[in-house]
Design a protein around this ligand. Structure first.
Ligand SMILES: *Cc1c(COP(=O)(O)O)cnc(C)c1O
Length: 372
């Protein structure tokens, strides 16, 4: 049990003895990379998201970058994505010399607004990086027809959404490449790590080559058929990933319960809570983000909670207003009003699978006090 003065952290991974055992096994085997553990992890992950192929990579960012290569994104191209995301969703386009184009979001799902995406399409648009932000599925039935009609590739940044479903189908199962991430604050972790799931064999082969320095399946170790990267996931990380996948259902269920408890405790508190699931969207709980009323000074609220030992985070700043983005592209305030308004008012509360009710009560009491 925690006491009233303990610090309450923003996130925490769920690591148990089974994870330790699996990692130790690889460590003792001496086969630390390109061994048998990577493919085992990939096959379990592919099953978990109902995709036929999976390529593990060293991070979600690496996975997004490789997907730009899959889509043939290059200099002069534009890639449409969400400003209300983690920077990697936009950076991947810049890595390949393309220009990120931000379309505004829906103020309640925090995902890309399909009408804004449609308006942002130009003859140069090569790909859309749709983000399932905070684990809530983006509007694929509206976005995919835009891709088809305009010859645009869909890349799904599902880094926050492992286990979510859209229209009754798991994210990852819809046919386009999906990118996953396993940094320690995600639903499951491999330390650092990520993966790309695909439905086309040729896409998978290209990913496997690109992550391994451009080696071809047929070539020997020092022969390279294309410009590649070292984006491999090592076997120690993959072993941890296997342990995490074995208990993924339990992890996701525990996170759902913690979220439901916040929902109850926050009834009557003047904040907008995350959108509930509906027939088409089942969220996988990544973070618990609330939106404060316009007149409230969010940073002051965060400071009050910090004084009580409660960690919060200003999830998420709008990417286009980051200093390097302003300098590079001349982006400024007012370009994406919905995203900017959400960025000013949203805040992540402590959230993880084993957060105790007493701690959640402390968080909500402190929030209620800070708001009054
Ligand atoms: C975590 C995350 C990523 C990838 O992060 P890495 O730290 O590179 O694994 C990409 N996009 C979103 C939206 C994320 O939350």
């Amino acid at each position: 049990m925690s006491t009233a003065t303990d610090r309450i952290n923003l996130s925490a991974p769920w690591i148990d003895e089974r994870d330790e055992e699996l990692v130790l096994e690889v460590l003792r085997s001496g086969w630390l990379s390109l061994g048998p553990t990577g493919p085992r992890f990939e096959s379990l992950l592919a099953d978990a998201v109902d995709a036929p192929h999976c390529a593990a990579v060293s991070s979600g960012t690496a996975g997004l970058h490789l997907c730009m290569r899959l889509a043939g994104v290059g200099p002069g191209d534009e890639v449409i994505t969400s400003p209300y995301s983690f920077v990697a969703s936009a950076n991947c386009a810049i890595y390949e010399g393309a220009t990120p184009v931000f379309a505004d979001i829906d103020p309640h799902t925090y995902n890309l607004d399909p009408d804004a995406v449609a308006a942002a399409i130009t003859p140069r648009t090569k790909a859309i990086v749709a983000v399932d932000i905070f684990g809530y599925p983006a509007e694929y039935d509206r976005l995919l027809p835009l891709c088809e009609a305009n010859g645009i590739a869909m890349i799904e940044d599902a880094c926050e959404a492992l286990g979510a479903t859209y229209k009754g189908q798991k994210l990852g199962s819809h046919g386009h490449p999906a990118v996953w991430a396993f940094y320690p604050n995600k639903q499951m972790t491999t330390g650092e790590g990520g993966a790309v799931t695909t439905h086309a064999e040729d896409e998978h082969e290209l990913l496997v080559s690109l992550r391994n320095q451009g080696r071809l399946e047929t070539s020997s170790w020092l022969q390279h058929g294309r410009l590649g990267y070292n984006y491999r996931l090592d076997d120690l990380s993959a072993a941890l990933g296997i342990g995490q996948l074995e208990k993924l259902d339990r992890i996701l269920e525990a996170r759902r319960e913690v979220a439901a408890r916040y929902g109850e405790l926050l009834a009557g508190v003047d904040v907008e809570v995350p959108l509930p699931d509906d027939e088409d969207h089942t969220r996988s709980w990544f973070v618990y983000v609330v939106k404060l009323p316009r007149e409230i000074d969010r940073d002051a609220v965060m400071a009050r909670l910090a004084d009580d030992g409660i960690a919060t985070a200003p999830y998420l700043p709008s990417i286009h207003l980051q200093s390097y983005m302003r300098e590079r592209y001349g982006f400024c305030e007012g370009m994406l009003p919905v995203s900017e308004d959400c960025s000013a008012r949203t805040m992540a509360l402590p959230f993880h699978a084993r957060l105790e009710r007493a701690d959640q009560e402390r968080v909500v009491d402190a929030l209620r006090n800070a708001l009054s």
